[in-house]
Structures are given as structure tokens and as C-alpha cells.
Design a protein around this ligand. Structure first.
Ligand code: AMP
Length: 395
């Protein structure tokens, strides 16, 4: 068990809290506040318990240089609105400087300040010791609440914990409870649904899941690589040629471990990668040369729903088709609806595209847990040690 903010007496202490405020911006306005809202419980807890609070986050990819377009200023305003108190935005192109240090010294219990984007400094992603030490010098306890970057060893996500005691915030605690406990002791049948474009990216996670699950369901762009690996033609569908051999190995391993491995039996295929390109459903072994698979077909939807009907635990990562295009979103939506309707099953959505898809269909609150990290949740499921988690003290 990891220590959490509840294990600390915050009286007179300054919390340096790493959040994930990597929010989408358009013309300087935040277009999706989900990550800000998700961070509020830990911040509120710290306020209510008398801590002085300094928030850290990255936003976008400023590549180690100050960049107005990636400033955390709009996040500070939004936080002020949600918390109902003034959140002090400590503007500095250098993230930390003497002015920032002075402002932090002036903080009183229950007050909140936020530094500028940590990635304005190239030392952040280099996990530079001096930068980590500089950040650590601003407070007493490091609070880790950014699951989305927990798989990265950066100065503000892991390095800082070499110089300060580290505890988990509520978001991290929730991820460990849901992802961790589910993988350690799943109720069976345990089904993993894997989609997305590239086999190569998902190989380690599928390999690791073969040790744990009863069934693997494959969808999305990588279905065609698996099908081609079985010796079939796939028309113009995307194929991860480098992943073909790996796909064969995985299917052989699934066989050996008695894990049911389902790939689509039919597909909705169009001429071009375009929502308006005419489309038709074909059995997988009959995809015409000039067509590309864009979504799973009706027979596959039924096959997958039948399999999911009895599941007691489901982990889903990656869409079933090109769900961003309305004409090719049906497969992903039907699977999302099926999970939403499951009674007595734990449904865990790995972050990234599957989380976006579930939100797009308005089904987020019907799932047991939606992970706040895409890459991080994959590495967690793989069983890797995440630097941003392993640095948190055990109870
Ligand atoms: P990934 O980032 O690997 O999880 O892949 C997610 C992306 O895969 C989404 O943007 C989907 O649009 C895309 N995708 C899903 N199905 C297909 C397909 N049949 N052909 C091409 N791309 C796909």
C-alpha cells in the first residue's frame, strides 16, 4: 500500500503537487476541463487540511523552451473558478526563480499557487537532478497525482521524490485500486479488448495480458495485421508489416495458454480513409483489393457482444474502428454500449482513445473506472514499474 495525502499531518507544511493539467487549448481557451475537475479532490483536501499548496504540471510540447501557447495561465484561472479562491499563477519563463521562491514563502495555510509549465525547462524531461532539487526546495512533501505522466521519469514526476517524501493523491490512489486490484485478483471470466492502429505498440501489453485473461478480443486497425498474419489478403487496410511476425507469435502463445483469441470475422470497408467514402461490409477473407477496413462488421459486433455477455471483468484499450469518423464509429459505440449494460461486471477503460470514445458516446459514468493515463495505464497493465508510482513511499 502506498502512502496517500491522508497519511500526512499537513499543518504548516507546503505540498508540492504534480498534477496532469495537460488540457486541450484553442485560442487560449480550455476546450475540455476533465483533467482539471479530476484534480480538484486532492487539492481541496490539502486546502481543507491547512497545507500550503504549490502545483506543478506540463502542458503540450514546448520542447524545453518558454512558449506562450503552452502557458498554464488559463489553467490557473480555471482552477480559481472551480476552487472559489484565487490561485496565484507564478509566471516565470524559468519556472523557478527568486521571485517565485519569494511568493511561495509568503503562502499561508490553504493558499494555492501554480508554477509555469515545467516543460519550459529542458531539464524537466532530462530528469535533471539539479532541477528536481530546485523544485523540491520549494516545499516539504511531494504529492503525486498525475497518472498520465507516471510512466515518465521526469524531474517533476519522479526526480523530485529523491529529495522529498512522496505520497499519492486521490487520482493515483484510485488508479492503483482499480487497475492494480483488478489485475491482481480479477473476477472471471476476464476479457481484454484491444484495439488501435499498431500491433507493435500493443504487443507487450497483449503478451502480459495472456498470463491473466481468459479471452482477448482484437479490433481496430491492428485486426488486419493479425488477419494477414494468418495468411489472408486484407485489401488496402492498414497493416503493421513489422508487427506480422509478432502477431503470429502472440496467436501461438494464446493457443498454448488456452486463452481464447478473437479477431474480427467481418469488416466495414471503404475505398478511402474518408468518412464520406462509400462503404460495404465484407467477410474478412473477402476484402476487395481496392478497399480498406474502417470498422468491425455486424457479425463481429454480435460475436464480441456474445463473448462479453458473461464477462465479470473487462479491460478495454483502443477503438474498434475509426471512431472519429461518424460512419465508422458504430463498432466502437456498440462495444461501449455493451460494456455499459453489463451487470455485475467490472469495466475498466484504459485512457487515451478508448476513454475519448466512451466520452463521445456519453457512457463514461456507466463504466467502473476510466483511467486518466493512456500510455501509463498500458505500462501498468504490462506489469512495468512506473517511475512516478514507485517513488511514492509505502505505508
Ligand atoms: P492507437 O493510437 O494505436 O490506440 O490507435 C487509435 C487510432 O486507431 C484511432 O485514431 C483510430 O481512428 C485508429 N483506427 C482504428 N481502426 C482503424 C482502421 N481500421 N484503420 C485505420 N485506423 C484505425
Amino acid at each position: 500500500m502506498k502512502k496517500t495525502v491522508k497519511d500526512i499531518n499537513w499543518h504548516n507544511l507546503t505540498a508540492i503537487e504534480r498534477c496532469d493539467f495537460n488540457v486541450p487549448l484553442k485560442d487560449g481557451k480550455i476546450t475540455d476541463e476533465t483533467r482539471i475537475i479530476a484534480a480538484l479532490p486532492t487539492i481541496k483536501y490539502l486546502i481543507d487540511n491547512g497545507a500550503k499548496i504549490v502545483l506543478l504540471s506540463h502542458l503540450g510540447r514546448p520542447k524545453g523552451k518558454p512558449n506562450e501557447d503552452c502557458s498554464l495561465k488559463p489553467v490557473a484561472s480555471k482552477l480559481s473558478e472551480h476552487l472559489g479562491i484565487d490561485v496565484n499563477f507564478l509566471k516565470s519563463d524559468n519556472v523557478v526563480d527568486d521571485g517565485v521562491k519569494n511568493e511561495i514563502k509568503k503562502l499561508k495555510a490553504g493558499e494555492v499557487a501554480i508554477l509555469e509549465n515545467t516543460r519550459f525547462r529542458k531539464e524537466e524531461e532530462e530528469n535533471d537532478t539539479d532541477f528536481a532539487k530546485e523544485l523540491a526546495s520549494l516545499g516539504d512533501i511531494f504529492v503525486q497525482d498525475a497518472f498520465g505522466t507516471a510512466h515518465r521519469a521526469h524531474a517533476s514526476t519522479a526526480g523530485i521524490a529523491s529529495f522529498l517524501p512522496a505520497v499519492a493523491g486521490f487520482l493515483i490512489e484510485k488508479e492503483l485500486n482499480f487497475l492494480g486490484k483488478t489485475l491482481d485478483s480479477p473476477e472471471r471470466p476476464f476479457v481484454a479488448i484491444m484495439g488501435g492502429a499498431k500491433v507493435k505498440d500493443k504487443i507487450p501489453v497483449i503478451t502480459s495480458l495472456l498470463e491473466k485473461v481468459d479471452t482477448v478480443i482484437i479490433g481496430g486497425g491492428m485486426s488486419y495485421t493479425f488477419f494477414k498474419a494468418r495468411g489472408f489478403e486484407i485489401g488496402k487496410s492498414i497493416c503493421d508489416d513489422e508487427g506480422l511476425e509478432l502477431a503470429r507469435d502472440i496467436m501461438a502463445a494464446a493457443d498454448e495458454k488456452n486463452v481464447k483469441f478473437l479477431i474480427p470475422v467481418d469488416t466495414l470497408a471503404s475505398f478511402e480513409f474518408d468518412n464520406d467514402s462509400p462503404s460495404e461490409t465484407y467477410d474478412m477473407d473477402k476484402i476487395p483489393e481496392d478497399r480498406m477496413g474502417m470498422d468491425i462488421g455486424e457479425k463481429t459486433i454480435k460475436l464480441y457482444k456474445d463473448e462479453l455477455k458473461n464477462a465479470k471483468t473487462v479491460i478495454w484499450n483502443g477503438p474498434m474502428g475509426v471512431f472519429e469518423m461518424p460512419n465508422f464509429a458504430r463498432g466502437t459505440e456498440e462495444i461501449a454500449k455493451c460494456l455499459a449494460d453489463l451487470k455485475d461486471a467490472k469495466t475498466i477503460i484504459g485512457g487515451g482513445d478508448s476513454a475519448a470514445a466512451v466520452a463521445q458516446f456519453g457512457l463514461s459514468d456507466k463504466m467502473t473506472h476510466i483511467s486518466t493515463g493512456g500510455g501509463a495505464s498500458l505500462e501498468f497493465i504490462e506489469g512495468k514499474s512506473l517511475p512516478g508510482i514507485s517513488c511514492i513511499e509505502d505505508k
